[in-house]
Design a protein around this ligand. Structure first.
Ligand code: 5AD
Length: 341
């Protein structure tokens, strides 16, 4: 698929063409990966963050956020729970928190690897090379770091650099790959100032980077963030909402047939009834049930009213396998790493 075609499909507003695209992505997913859906248990280990991103609710300057950092015992319990529920992977995600020291995180990884069969995915932001290397050494398997947008002007505007350090997530992804991690990246859709043309570039980059995992969700305005909550009237502005996010997921599947792609929490938040199912119908093959201790979940407030798979409101955990079967899918077993060849 060429850039022209990608962009043309992103711009096309016809529901018929959308449905055609969806079917094509769904067929790709089925031919390449079958009906299996992998479950990754998500532990939001800390909501401390040293950055001031304009799109995110837990940015450093937000005084309203009740900050927390999970204890070692919470991590162990979360990993045990993931194992007991039959998930193959635990994802440790956090704000960019210097309080999560190299040793502390390495200790968690070692414990999980010694005591469970789980794959470990990290999503801890932009960290030092030696931290990333130490965590890989400790046994971490995968790293998630969305590049958010390939439009560098927009990226640096909404994701301010730390003093004296230019943020370069592409370079970091390359390093992570060199260390032997499976790498994941992705973008938000509908960020004010994001053009559909840049989104087409994002999609081609997914393929060029040969990503093992791709996460895409709609940008959801958080009341405390400084980005405008409505859209500029630019002709090529990427619109808010799930339709564009779903088309982007479908295109990602077509461009990267073997990547692991989740039906993201942002999709479910924007559309609690149908969001996850639509993701799975647009090429996604992964779900990420939330394992964060209940009293902390609402503090991991990257956007308002976050859906929590595992909560009543979003379909509780016990009914998940049956629900997947009702969708014509089945629950994956084992770590569910990226398939190659
Ligand atoms: N709406 C949607 N997605 C968001 N993220 C952060 N804030 C928001 C928001 N308000 C996404 C970013 C980040 C990932 C963990 O969550 O893409 O990389």
């Amino acid at each position: 698929m060429k850039r022209d075609e990608v962009l043309e499909l992103l711009r096309d507003a016809s529901p018929l063409r959308h449905e055609e695209l969806r079917r094509r992505a769904d067929a790709r997913r089925r031919d390449g990966l079958g009906d299996v859906v992998h479950l990754r248990g998500l532990l939001e280990v800390s909501n401390h963050c040293r950055r001031d991103c304009a799109y995110c609710g837990i940015f450093r300057g937000n005084r309203e956020v009740k900050r927390y950092r999970l204890e070692d015992a919470d991590i162990r319990q979360g990993a045990r729970l993931a194992q007991a529920r039959g998930y193959g992977t635990v994802v440790l995600q956090a704000g960019e928190d210097p309080g999560l020291t190299r040793e502390r995180v390495a200790g968690w990884i070692r414990w999980i690897k010694e005591n469970t069969p789980l794959a470990v995915t990290l999503s801890l932001g932009e960290r030092e090379d030696e931290e990333l290397a130490a965590w890989r050494e400790a046994g971490a398997d995968r790293y998630l770091l969305r590049f958010e947008t390939s439009d560098q002007e927009l990226y640096h505007r909404i994701h301010p650099d730390l003093p004296g350090r230019r943020s370069d997530r592409f370079l970091l992804l390359k390093k992570l790959r060199g260390m032997g991690y499976e790498i994941g990246s992705g973008v938000m859709t509908g960020v004010p100032g994001q053009s559909l043309a840049s989104l087409a570039d994002d999609l081609l980059l997914f393929r060029e980077l040969d990503l093992d995992m791709i996460g895409v969700g709609p940008w959801l305005p958080h009341p405390a963030t400084r980005l405008p909550h409505s859209q500029p009237l630019d002709r090529d502005q990427a619109p808010q909402g799930n339709v564009l996010a779903l088309k982007t997921i479908a295109l990602a599947r077509i461009l990267c047939p073997q990547a692991n792609i989740p039906a993201t929490t942002a999709l479910a938040t924007r559309d609690p009834r149908e969001g996850r199912a639509s993701g799975l119908l647009h090429g996604a093959n992964v779900l990420m049930p939330n394992l964060t201790p209940a009293e902390r979940r609402s503090s991991y407030d990257i956007y308002p009213d976050k859906a929590v798979l595992g909560d009543r409101r979003d379909g509780d955990e016990e009914s998940l396998p049956a629900w997947l079967v009702s969708q014509g899918r089945s629950v994956g077993t084992g770590p569910g790493g990226r398939r190659r060849g």
